[in-house]
Write a protein that binds this ligand. Sequence first.
Ligand code: FES
Length: 165
Amino acid sequence: MALQFSPSTEAKFQDLLKRYPTRAGALIPTLHLAQDEFGGWISPETEQYVAQKLNLPLTHVREVVSFYTMFNREKTGKYHLQLCTNLSCTLVGSDVILQKIREHLGIGPGETTKDGLFTLTEVQCLASCGTGPVMQVNKDYHECLNPERLTALLDKLAADGKKNA
Ligand code: FES
């Protein structure tokens, strides 16, 4: 079935168009809407849909999607764990957090748990270097992580995820 924004997302899209002088200017916020609407990632079909909505060349949309790491080019788990492993976070223990995630969930960077709940991605600086180690879970930041806080967070997410499955 062809992709289509829900009525509420379409309303947000129309509102976006009023705020930008050109349709091209609305590309990044439209991609965010599309990612949220269509399963948390930008598929080739979604790229086409957005290109059509904004009357832009598909190649332009694809370039933007592939440039920004905030757009997922593959389907992710229900919870997308984006752990910063850049220098500041590593100095305060993101390597320990990464190891703990491996042990607790059995996945490494680029992998998704078998139950589809968690995908882990290593990212470079979430612009919160003073509160590392930092991990973004979907749209929320979790800062000053240590193994205990991480484990509690993952267990809570797993319980919530199974409850709302
Ligand atoms: S180095 Fe981790 S948030 Fe900047």
